[in-house]
Design a protein around this ligand. Structure first.
Ligand SMILES: [Cu+2]
Length: 492
């Protein structure tokens, strides 16, 4: 990025929102909130989806429920899918039909969004946009086909529930892939605050009240002219007491056991709500092979960044010993740790920060797409602008000058090649996520469904409007999204 180190006052103000205070208040009440705003229309039951002849059906049940989890010496009361976070893995092959029943045992509405999947609109899981909320005690069935292999995950699209323990991996296998690896390891990263004396709803309320002293809030100095450290500046709003990998704090890390020389495919998912991580495996080199599910030209690196909602797959050849898999939160204090073991010996502790994190850390958006992942070359039929707006004081985030519900949807027509120019007019980084589509960065053709924009950075994306419906387009910092940093991509 080429952002200047100091900005004129005028330019800074251009990024701020001038919405009325009432709109922001509406965004933090939990009910009628930003990510669940919209019409009061009832969506009813989605039309059933019958399997095609020979089509494999994968059935699963998810039970969002209040539970108690041990993060590794720390016990927290939280909400999760069943009795673990991450919740149960759902695994299918490209082309399968998924049938997932959600049995909502929470005392609250919920929903499930299948992050990154190009699915039919009615199964997208956005209350007020594609479905009614799943009421407390109610059941709801999601039925959809999964067209693309890759590493995905699922989580609620209701309020700030993502920042509880409600998330789990969704892996779509490629029946045609040679699978040139010996083992697989799914690594889910998260920032954790729920049940530690505060809840995500408390955190959001404190942020919107401008409180910087309670609820573990930090990051003072937001709203100043200071860009913060490269490449992401002031990347988060919340100070978390814990960072976890596969639900485990560094005090009792999860362990992957393998043997020396084994080639392991590591699927890294960032399920955090407010934290960009840098990931390294001490003493090893990653060969990054996929970004948000789609193949890239294999890239060697000792470490890579991963924003909220992004996924990267990498192959490593295991050494002989015991090694730290380390996820360091960008511009925050603390670390998440897991352990790779191929021999006897003492496990590394959180003090064993891999030297790879001090070298070049790969930016995912610098990857080169594999030939097979390119969109066909085509001149855009339509060009749209998307500005990211907002600031910490007061806590207001929006798109195209207004909060969700007050901004205009982006309108496209089926069959068009659409170009969207995204301009981050704020002093913070934002991972921007589009539902129902995978776009290409025009800079390289890299296919993504979630792209990180550094403070004041611009990016242009192309997509084929080939999946009709009303699709959420939002920041994957859940606090930004809930405060209003969301719009819709609608088919006119
Ligand atoms: Cu954001």
């Amino acid at each position: 990025m080429a952002a200047p180190s100091s900005l004129s006052r005028r330019r800074f103000l251009a990024g701020s929102l001038t919405v009325a205070g009432t709109a922001v208040l509406a965004g933090c009440t939990g009910r009628g909130s930003a990510t669940t705003a919209g019409s009061s229309t009832s969506f009813g039951t989605p039309p059933p989806l019958a399997p095609k002849p020979g089509q494999n059906v994968v059935a699963a049940t998810l039970t969002p429920t209040a539970t108690t989890l041990d993060l590794g010496g720390t016990t927290v009361s939280t909400w999760a899918y069943g009795d673990a976070a991450p919740g149960p893995l759902i695994r299918a092959s490209a082309g399968d039909l998924l049938r997932v029943t959600v049995d909502n045992q929470l005392s609250s509405d919920t929903s499930v969004h299948w992050h990154g999947i190009r699915l039919r609109n009615v199964a997208d899981g956005v209350p007020g946009v594609t479905q009614d909320p799943i009421a407390a005690g109610a059941q709801y069935m999601y039925e959809f086909e999964v067209p693309d292999p890759g590493t995905y995950f699922f989580h609620p699209h209701t309020g700030v529930q993502l920042d509880r323990g409600l998330y789990a991996p969704l892996i779509i296998d490629d029946p045609a892939e040679p699978g040139q690896y010996d083992a697989e390891w799914i690594v889910v990263l998260d920032d954790w605050i729920d049940g530690t004396g505060t809840s995500p709803d408390d955190v959001l309320q404190d942020l919107t009240n401008g409180a910087g002293t309670s609820g573990g809030m930090g990051g003072m100095g937001h709203g100043s002219m200071n860009m913060g450290p490269a490449p992401f500046g002031d990347a988060g709003d919340v100070t978390y007491p814990y960072y976890v990998i596969n639900g485990r704090n560094h005090t009792a890390p999860s362990v992957f056991e393998g043997s020396p020389g084994q080639r392991v495919r590591i699927r890294v998912i960032n399920a955090a709500s407010d934290t960009i991580f840098a990931v390294a495996l001490g003493g090893h080199t990653f060969q990054v092979t996929h970004s948000d599910g789609f193949p890239v030209e294999p890239a060697q690196t000792g470490a890579f960044y991963i924003g909220m909602g992004e996924r990267y797959d990498a192959i490593v050849t295991l050494g002989d010993g015991v090694f730290p898999l380390y996820a360091e939160p960008f511009n925050k204090t603390g670390a998440a740790l897991a352990v790779v073991r191929t021999a006897a010996g003492d496990a590394p502790t959180v003090s064993a920060r891999p030297g790879e994190l001090s070298g070049d850390v790969l930016l995912g958006s610098d990857l080169t797409p594999a030939e097979s992942a390119l969109l066909p070359t085509q001149t855009p039929d339509r060009e749209l602008d998307l500005s990211l707006n907002g600031q910490m004081q007061p806590y207001q985030w929006g798109m195209n000058g207004a909060v969700f519900g007050e901004n205009e949807p982006l309108i496209v027509a089926e069959g068009e090649r659409v170009r969207i120019r995204i301009v981050n007019m704020t002093m913070m980084a934002h991972p921007i996520h589009l539902h129902g589509h995978t776009f290409a960065l025009t800079s390289s053709g890299l296919r993504k469904d979630t792209v990180l924009l550094a403070p004041m950075e611009s990016r242009t994306i192309d997509l084929d409007a080939d999946n009709a419906g009303d699709w959420a387009l939002h920041c994957h910092n859940i606090y930004h999204a809930e405060a209003g940093m969301m719009t819709l991509l609608n088919y006119g």
